[in-house]
Write a protein that binds this ligand. Structure first.
Ligand SMILES: Cc1ncc(COP(=O)(O)O)c(C=O)c1O
Length: 453
């Protein structure tokens, strides 16, 4: 195949809509991850609709979807039960009352029953909000100021935490002692003083920090599986070590399960790895595609919100759309969904892709857990952000993405994003994806010869 990527004929309407969008929407999109500068060059692809595991764009191109809205569409697009529950709730009840409704109790109980570490929980609207509240709770509970966060992770776009996601290594300090790098100039620099940036998968580094700053560390916040730098799995004993060290130094352990929650298992990564964090943030997997999130955990920490010591607010928190979608989604995940099937299909695709790379002697690997992973083009094992920044080939990933897109397989163009498999993906889609991947990798081998690094 020639370099037909985004040929004007194939994406005519998307290109026209992008022109129109830029006149009234900065960058033509409503979130950074959708922007041309985040990889969607020459322009984002505008969607017409999605159904199950399929997305159709405005030019009529059809894709098997592994982007899944960057995670929320765990049940596929327009899952029937969730759609029906939401419509029914709006029509029969309404949406926002600034007063509680009975279903909120049912939802909180369902979340607490599903997620091992959660005694009580507040419903909020986004992962960013959930993280903010978790940090506030931790600082209040411990009376301490600093939070340890890891380079390469993302915990939402709030000023207090939007630091060192994918920093330029030229300004990010030494490997063992990264400096805090703000997302951009609008983030107040003084907020960096309340963060300590650490390399992931390195317990010695954490122990060193805690020995030095332990009295002032309120919490460690981490994704239990690092899904914001491609996909990086925790080394054996790493999460256990974080649990042990935080307990020993009187800090809280916050699991940001915005991506892993309800996806790695019904109880999230914490259930799969058998680790009990003090606080957990949940979002993307919770609402079948509707905006709903949650922050929950140990009763005595969450009780700080019971008397108003910590304010967890929000006009839209616990609105009936959020609650109905999450309840129905949890009902499906608890009673109808088969995680065994999800894992079987996901593993078949992951292992199939890895075999296709190996057959062509392409240096690379497919790394992740169950239905979330990423294809790394590298001959070095990736353990943390700096490994990825130094060794993962963005140029090869780009060719892979273009060739797959041309063949009707969709995922995010960024090599530090993920591939997601949903409960709606069937064996047919996995087979078709592997067939197309085989062709795409043949094309990649040809095109890679012309690359200079
Ligand atoms: C691990 C993690 N935490 C938090 C967030 C922020 O969630 P939201 O976009 O719902 O604010 C994200 C979003 O991608 C995420 O991946």
């Amino acid at each position: 195949m020639t370099e037909s990527f985004l040929s004007p004929d194939r994406y005519r309407r998307s290109a026209a809509l992008f022109e129109a969008a830029q006149r009234v929407i900065p960058a033509g999109v409503n979130s950074t991850a959708r922007a041309a500068f985040s990889g969607w060059t020459p322009h984002p692809i505008f969607v017409d609709h999605g159904t199950g595991a399929t997305v159709v764009d405005v030019d009529g191109n059809e894709y098997i979807d592994y982007l899944l809205g960057l995670g929320p569409m765990l049940l596929g697009h327009r899952p029937e039960g969730v759609t029906r529950a939401v419509i029914e709730r709006i029509q029969s009840v309404g949406t926002v009352f600034a007063m509680p409704t009975e279903l909120e109790i049912e939802l909180a109980s369902a979340i607490a029953a599903a997620v091992p570490s959660i005694d009580t929980v507040r419903i909020v609207n986004s992962g960013t909000e959930g993280v903010l509240y978790a940090l506030r709770l931790a600082r209040t509970y411990t009376g301490r100021r600093k939070v340890i966060r890891f380079e390469g992770q993302y915990h939402g776009f709030a000023d207090a935490i939007y630091w060192s996601k994918h920093p330029d290594l030229a300004v990010a300090g030494p490997d063992r002692h990264p400096v805090a790098v703000a997302q951009g100039p609008g983030v107040p620099t003084e907020m960096g003083d309340s963060l300590i940036i650490a390399p992931w998968n390195d317990l010695d580094a954490i122990e060193e920090i805690l020995v030095q700053h332990g009295d002032d560390v309120a919490a460690i916040i981490t994704e239990p599986i690092m899904c914001n730098t491609g996909c990086i799995v925790p080394e054996p004993g790493y999460l256990e070590g974080l649990r042990e060290l935080t307990t020993r130094h009187g800090a809280l352990l916050i699991f940001d399960e915005v991506i892993t929650g309800f996806r790695i298992a019904l109880g999230g990564a914490q259930a799969a790895y058998g680790i009990t964090p003090d606080l957990t943030v949940l979002a993307k997997g919770l609402g079948g595609g509707f905006p709903v999130a949650a922050v929950g955990g140990r009763r005595e920490v969450m009780d700080l919100a019971a008397d108003g010591t910590v304010s967890i607010a929000g006009t839209y928190s616990g609105n009936t759309i959020a609650v109905a979608s999450a309840l129905e989604s949890l009902r499906f995940l608890s009673h109808e969904a088969s995680y065994d099937d999800l894992y079987r299909r996901s593993n078949r695709l992951r292992e199939g892709l890895a075999a296709l790379l190996a057959e062509r002697s392409i240096a690379g690997d497919v790394v992740g857990v169950g239905p979330v992973y990423q294809v790394w083009f590298t001959d070095v094992e990736i353990h943390n952000y700096r490994d990825a920044a130094r060794h993962a080939r963005a140029d090869l990933f780009r060719i892979w993405w273009e060739e797959m897109l041309d063949r009707g397989v969709l995922f995010h163009p960024g090599h530090l994003e993920n591939l997601f498999v949903s409960f709606a993906h069937r064996d047919e889609e996995i087979d078709a994806t592997l067939e197309r991947a085989s062709d795409a990798l043949d094309a990649l081998v040809l095109r890679a010869r012309t690359l200079t690094r």
